[in-house]
Design a protein around this ligand. Structure first.
Ligand code: NAD
Length: 273
């Protein structure tokens, strides 16, 4: 009888467990969400109940992304924000807070890359990629944290790193990009420790190869190499942007309340061998 009543109460509790993944009434800023992985993660967060502020240097894409989220019943606003510009980031965060009454989640997704043998890499390219991938993470994270610390609120930061932060990108000719992603991994761990006393959690997602405009370029440059990379993924395909949905909701929500400083690799097994 005792055993039966235990399993009965567990069965009753089961549907409630999914509530810890809900994000109703929370606000997320997602950078570089006009397209690609950022757009897909923003759409997933919106479906879980989050109000979304889309920051992108490409305003037309940002507005289209916001409309597509709104057309599915979500709440989203868009702004032309360059994440490397301190003033624009400040204005963007203020806009999100004013529009939605606060901010709870920051997804540092905006990122760029370029290709060059490292020995020929122009200083301008080195600086540009560092400025967006690491500099943008710096600008947005510190300004979000300043808001949370001053308001005595908790927050969740999700940095989009890459498996390129862990392994050499064979044939990628983008060691400068890999350096920035390694930097994002280190920053994730360090800020998690530094801001833990303020209840600000800092985690990262490290995607493997995903099918987006960023990797489509590779397909056009060298189709044979693209096919070889796909062949190296144990799950047999490049990721599709919605494959990150579960991870971003997990890290944004109370489901990961005791998780900070973690880097979640999502690569179809690419780095497992
Ligand atoms: P993408 O090029 O399709 O999208 C990037 C978005 O960021 C674009 O909308 C672009 O306009 C925006 N952006 C660029 N510079 C910006 C700036 N200074 N300020 C604001 N917005 C800016 O790229 P993606 O493939 O969707 O990649 C998104 C993130 O995921 C990047 O950080 C990338 O490094 C990372 N990533 C991608 C892959 C992949 O296979 N696609 C793998 C690992 C990591």
């Amino acid at each position: 009888m005792a055993a039966n009543s235990t399993s009965h109460s567990q069965a009753e509790a089961a549907p409630g467990i999914l509530q810890i993944f809900r994000l109703d009434g929370r606000t997320a800023v997602v950078t570089g969400a006009g397209r690609g992985l950022g757009l897909s993660m923003a759409a997933a967060l919106a479906q879980a109940g989050t109000q979304i502020a889309i920051f992108d240097v490409n305003l037309a894409d940002a507005e289209e992304a916001a409309s597509s989220i709104a057309s599915k019943g979500g709440k989203a606003i868009a702004a032309k924000i360059d994440v490397t510009d301190a003033q624009q980031v400040q204005q963007g965060i203020k806009m999100a807070i004013d529009a939605f009454g606060g901010m709870d989640i920051l997804v540092n997704n905006a990122g760029i890359t370029s290709r060059s043998p490292f020995e020929d890499l122009e200083e301008e390219d080195w600086e540009r990629v560092l400025k967006v991938n690491m500099g943008g993470t710096y600008q947005c994270s510190r300004q979000a944290a300043r808001y949370w610390i001053d308001a005595d609120k908790s927050g969740s930061i999700i940095n989009i790193a890459s498996i390129s932060g862990f392994v050499g990108n064979r044939g990628g000719l983008n060691s400068h990009y890999c350096a920035t992603k390694g930097g994002v991994v280190a920053l994730t761990r360090s800020l998690a420790v530094e801001w833990a006393p303020h209840s600000i959690r800092v985690n990262a997602i490290a995607p493997g190869y995903f099918a987006t405009p960023m990797t489509d370029r590779l397909k056009n440059i060298n189709r044979a190499f693209y096919d070889e990379l796909v062949g190296r993924v144990p799950l047999g395909r490049f990721g599709s942007p919605p494959d990150l949905a579960g991870a971003v909701i997990y890290l944004a929500s109370d489901a990961s309340i005791y998780v900070t400083g973690h880097v979640l690799v999502i690569d179809g097994g690419y780095t497992a061998w």
